[in-house]
Design a binder for this molecule. Structure first.
Ligand code: EPZ
Length: 422
């Protein structure tokens, strides 16, 4: 198992270029199952999760070529599409569930191992199933398998989502593209990744309106053809490097970022006293202008403060003047990093969905810590940059699932970080 060795580093300085969005490219790759023609996807981040999704597409009969120098993936549909996703691949990545809607729409059936929970919550798929059932699918779950079938095809329907689930919105939207009639998704998720997926589907010939709002209307069509699409930049990687600049009291230019996708992160960094400038070449974030101070965070579905930025921001808040409150409303168990940060001297108190984060009275001290999920791991690395001495972050496969070249990008900014095999 590999781990990161992080030494206390000075202020990060220089520029970093953001990769394509993990949470946009995974549903977009799944959506190629709907296409009868060749799809070329550009700006694909080279991540473990993307490799797994490519293996899934190959197991379903597609021919997939990858060129990581140009970050391009080309998906050519096979003669026939298999409807069953191998269990060992689903176990590797929850996002495999994104192929359920496309498979159902394209072949009339989908057999997928139930994606397990993970450390941040039990991650149910009841809203995915509710929407697909309303489109006419029969869905059986048992023995850790979900079997969906729609032998007579899918029919458009009104679908109200009890929670604006990103994955459920994406699965239902993809399935509805080939349904007979019109589907309306109410209380839909509004994340930029939903808009990117809808843009991709519309370029394939789908008829989707309202993506990015809480009401999405999909008029079903008979066929979807191939197309070419460049994935949006990763807004959570953008936020991660914005926090890296602030926590290290540095000055970093973040290129290939979309300011509109990180408005809540910009707002909270400004509240802390960081300086954020939208420059021609990207977002410049400075944490070296004045002393940083506490602020409160409450995670919400987009356009609220993103849950995926909660751990990163908590790490920053352990180093500022004053005490902050962090409230996590999206996942039921997303504070594991608090215990790890406390082992570095942060002294965070967790009570249900609220964490109280004392400020820099507790100068962080390096320790051996464990990465419990993708964003928690990244937060521990950032904390290690400013902690006294050496921090060892283990279980870093979580981090490498979702950040392309993470330690190389940090090293290029002056971070003292090394990747070693345990
Ligand atoms: C997506 O997960 C992202 N993953 C997550 O990013 C992100 O944290 C999450 O959206 C919220 O923004 C990908 O896009 C691959 P949800 P998803 O369905 O779709 C509950 C990362 O770090 N829920 O919006 O699984 C669920 O339990 C990852 O990149 C149901 O109750 O998130 C959770 O409490 C982590 N029933 C809440 O909704 C359902 O059927 C939000 O889940 C579905 C979800």
């Amino acid at each position: 198992m590999a781990k990161y060795i992080v030494e206390q580093s000075g202020p990060l300085r220089g520029e970093v270029t953001i990769s394509g969005s993990k949470n946009a490219v995974l549903p977009i790759l799944a959506a190629t199952v709907l296409s009868e023609g060749v799809c070329e996807i550009n700006d694909v981040p080279h991540l473990l999760d993307v490799e797994v999704m490519i293996q899934i597409l190959r197991s379903l009969g597609a021919d997939v070529s990858e060129d990581w120098d140009s970050h391009t993936v080309v998906v050519t549909p096979g003669q026939s599409t298999v409807s069953e996703v191998p269990h060992d691949l689903v176990k590797k990545m929850r996002a495999s569930i994104f192929v359920m809607g496309p498979l159902l729409a394209r072949t009339g059936s989908a057999v997928i191992a139930l994606p397990g929970g993970c450390s941040i919550g039990n991650r149910p798929i009841d809203l995915h199933n509710k929407g697909l059932r309303l489109l006419g699918a029969r869905i059986l779950t048992g023995d850790g398998i979900v079997e969906a079938s729609a032998p007579n095809g899918l029919r458009g329907s009104l679908v109200y989502l009890d929670f604006p689930s990103v994955g459920a919105t994406e699965n239902i939207m993809m399935a509805a593209t080939l349904a007979q009639g019109t589907t309306t998704i109410e209380n839909a998720a509004e994340e930029p990744e939903i808009v990117d997926l809808a843009n991709f589907l519309n370029k394939m010939g789908a008829r989707i309106k309202g993506a990015g709002t809480d009401t999405i209307r999909i008029e079903g069509v008979q066929h979807l053809h191939g197309t070419r699409h460049a994935v949006i930049p990763d807004r959570i990687e953008t936020g991660t490097f914005m926090v890296a600049a602030a926590i290290s009291r540095g000055d970093v230019l973040i290129k290939n970022s979309v300011p509109d996708h990180v408005r809540p992160v910009i707002a909270k960094l400004l509240e802390c006293g960081a300086v954020v400038n939208d420059e021609v070449d990207g977002l410049r974030v400075r944490g070296d202008v004045k002393d940083l101070v506490a602020t409160d965070i409450k995670t919400l579905p987009y356009p609220g403060f993103p849950t995926d930025m909660q751990a990163l921001f908590m790490a920053l808040l352990t180093t500022v003047d004053g005490t902050s409150a962090v409230i996590e409303t999206v996942f039921e168990n997303r504070f594991m990093h608090a215990a790890e940060l406390s082992r570095m001297g942060a002294n965070i108190r967790v009570d249900g969905r609220t964490a109280i984060v004392p400020g820099n009275k507790h100068q962080l001290v390096g320790a051996r810590v464990i990465s419990t999920d993708l964003r928690a791991g990244a937060a521990l690395v950032l904390a290690g940059l400013v902690a006294k001495g050496r921090t060892e972050v283990s279980e870093i496969y979580h981090i490498e699932r979702g950040y392309e070249g993470f330690h190389d990008k940090l090293s290029a900014l002056g971070a003292k970080i090394e990747r070693v095999e345990d």
